[in-house]
Design a protein around this ligand. Structure first.
Ligand SMILES: [Zn+2]
Length: 197
């Protein structure tokens, strides 16, 4: 039996994604630097971050992977860690030759060219770079991990007021009923505070 079969005629189920936190440019810069300064700590605690939903789902508007053709997915910290554990989204630092960790990549799927932003945990700096091939190799696992870890609120919505030509607006607005909520991620400061304890 389908979920919809149990509902009244004016009711339906809605799935909503949690909106990304709004950040000013200054806040985004501060948060990127916070990740830069603490990436070794975060990498050293990968399993803890991956297994704690409040940490896993930390997302930012500046962390995404995508292309003009297939669109863009915002990549939460947990998915980044899973990609990095697979050796994906990693390049070499032009300054210290160490590994840098890509958190944002965009380009063209067909040619494979992409531009990226990455963190060098040794230099504690953001590195901007590009590669001539391989975007599709990042997009596929990134999108799959994004999809399988996507959390969405489940709401029961009841159609409320309607417009009638004779009576105007009829009926009261009926608030949505929560069926399943989602985990609200903590902010980076909280994450780092907990990992340092
Ligand atoms: Zn470096």
């Amino acid at each position: 039996m389908k979920e919809q079969d149990n509902l009244a005629e004016n009711q339906f189920i809605v799935h909503e994604e949690l909106p990304l936190p709004k950040e000013s440019q200054a806040e985004a810069r501060k948060n990127k630097q916070l990740i830069c300064d603490n990436l070794e700590l975060i990498l050293g605690n990968s399993d803890k971050v991956i297994n704690t939903p409040e940490f896993f789902h930390i997302s930012h508007e500046w962390s995404y992977i995508g292309s003009n053709w297939v669109g863009v997915r915002y990549i939460p910290l947990g998915v980044l860690l899973l990609l990095w554990q697979k050796g994906l989204c990693i390049d070499q630092c032009p300054n210290c030759s160490g590994e840098i960790y890509i958190f944002r990549a965009g380009g063209f799927v067909l040619s494979g060219w992409y531009r990226y932003e990455a963190i060098c945990p040794s230099c504690r700096e953001i590195v901007i770079g590009s590669r001539n091939t391989g975007l599709a190799l990042l997009i596929k696992p990134a999108f799959n991990l994004y999809r399988s870890n996507l959390q969405r609120k489940k709401l029961l919505r009841t159609r409320g007021p309607r417009f009638s030509w004779s009576k105007g607006v009829v009926g009261e607005k009926i608030p949505d009923k929560f069926l399943e909520d989602v985990v609200k991620p903590v902010n980076l400061e909280k994450l780092i505070y907990v990992l340092k304890k």
